[in-house]
Design a protein around this ligand. Structure first.
Ligand code: SF4
Ligand code: SF4
Length: 446
């Protein structure tokens, strides 16, 4: 039997869910009983089970041969992705400087105003070239900060160097994205970014104007919400925009009103994707409203999704297959600070003591790098025994290192049933809406 099966009771009906295959099947009690028998090692587990149910159990991966080693399959899939050299990924911060003064920023309030120098950019190009192998087909760049748009000149110069000296010479594909606070992302700048190969922007909002402006203000205190939203509307046809909503105990109630405002009032439903993200307590005590544990956040996230669905807003959230939690475990994934420090994780970029090398020497500290490369769910007994592994793959390595190497479970561990319940509710609602819009179709399908 698969080690990833879950029996869920949704609206009084038994459902089977398999975390590897991710199918969801409503079943009757005979199927649950048969799986129970199989779990106890009974030979005749399927005696009396209708043939169609028996077939579903096998074809949907709930029942697997004893010789089928699911760990080996997952490990192989993970390693294929982890060790792939098809894309070399660089997250580059042209500056750590920022025009905002968010009180909770993990990079601190007193950021250096430094911009990446031309010499460092040349060294980044040299380093990036050293990462290209015969198998490489593309270079993926994420512009990060601070606020990367404060280093637009550096983005322009660096893009030109990467394209001329690597992408064109090696005939690679080039793709770029940007993580920005959105304040400087006017239509003109979005056009410029698009011309520089940037196709995607991640912008953060902290809820409706009232909440956002209390937390994400400019240095000097000016509000930022209206201008960011104006920029999103103006740039939506130029860039794929996703809106991350930082959620904590202070602003969680403004998630649904924000989504309604963006999707319904501004009619951005088809053009931007809005999703909640956990504000995690980093122990700095500067904010004090963030979540210190994933189970609390998951409970609130499920409540937010439920509330959104009740308001008729679709925030689809079905478990996705996870094979590698973060690129930090890949040998061909690098984060580069404005001084040329090489990191593996976005969250360590402002801490030189966590660097694993520097482009100026082109040297990488093998031990420091190996710590990230060797992080694996298969090393941890709790993960090996875990029925959620294909949805989590042992979570964020950085957060685990902060907890002495203990893997930090992802949301599914705490809210699988509830999340799927909301998803089912959403689907039922969508089908009912479709039926009311098209009653003739509804009557033929029912
Ligand atoms: S915080 Fe975790 S998930 Fe994010 S980049 Fe760092 S290691 Fe990866
Ligand atoms: S970190 Fe937790 S949820 Fe993730 S695989 Fe390990 S035990 Fe399971």
């Amino acid at each position: 039997m698969s080690r990833y099966n879950h029996v869920l009771s949704i609206e009084g009906q038994s459902h089977l869910f398999n975390a590897y295959r991710r199918g969801l099947h409503q079943v009757d009690e005979s199927v649950v009983f048969a799986l129970d028998c199989l779990g106890r090692g009974e030979q005749n587990w399927d005696a009396g089970l209708a043939e169609e149910f028996r077939r579903t159990l096998i074809e949907s991966g709930y029942v697997v041969d004893d010789e089928f080693d699911e760990h080996q399959v997952l490990l192989k899939e993970r390693e294929l992705i982890r060790l792939s050299e098809v894309t070399v990924a660089l997250t580059i911060a042209p500056t750590i400087d920022c025009n905002f003064a968010c009180p909770y920023c993990f990079e601190g309030g007193d950021k250096p105003q430094l911009r990446m120098s031309s010499a460092t950019m040349d060294a980044v190009v040299h380093f990036a070239r050293s990462q290209i192998t015969e198998a490489t087909q593309g270079l993926a760049v994420t512009w990060f900060g601070g606020e990367p748009l404060l280093g637009l000149k550096q983005i322009e110069e660096m893009t030109a160097k990467l394209k001329e000296q690597i992408v064109d010479q090696r005939h690679l594909q080039y793709n770029a994205s940007i993580v920005t606070n959105g304040y400087g992302l006017t239509r003109k700048i979005a056009e410029r970014l698009r011309d520089l190969g940037v196709s995607h922007a991640q912008i953060t909002l902290d809820g409706t104007a009232e909440h956002h402006n209390r937390r994400r203000f400019r240095k000097g205190g000016d509000a930022t919400f209206d201008r960011i939203v104006q920029n999103i509307v103006a740039s939506r046809d130029l860039l794929n925009i996703s809106i991350r909503v930082n959620v904590d105990s202070e602003n969680r109630e403004s998630f649904t009103p924000l989504v309604k405002y963006l999707y319904e009032e501004l009619e951005l439903h088809d053009q931007v994707r809005v999703y909640p993200a956990m504000m995690r307590d980093d122990g700095s005590e500067t904010w004090g409203k963030a979540y210190s544990c994933m189970s609390d956040y998951t409970a609130d996230q499920v409540a937010l999704h439920r509330e959104a669905v009740q308001h008729g807003v679709r925030v689809l959230h079905y478990p996705q297959a996870m094979r590698l939690y973060c690129g930090a475990s890949k040998p061909k994934f690098w984060v580069v600070s404005p001084t040329g420090d090489l990191h593996k994780c976005w969250d360590t970029i402002n801490d030189p003591s966590r660097a694993v090398g520097n482009v100026s020497t082109q040297r990488v500290d093998a031990d420091g790098h190996d710590q990230w490369l060797q992080w694996s769910p298969f090393q941890h007994e709790k993960c090996r025994q875990c029925s959620m592994m294909p949805l989590c793959m042992d979570g964020c390595p950085h957060h685990a290192f902060q907890q002495g190497g203990d893997p930090q479970c992802d949301q599914w561990k705490f809210g699988l049933l509830e999340s799927i319940e909301v998803w089912v509710q959403d689907r039922t609602q969508a089908t009912a809406q479709q039926a009311s819009l098209n009653p003739s179709r509804a009557s033929t399908t029912s």
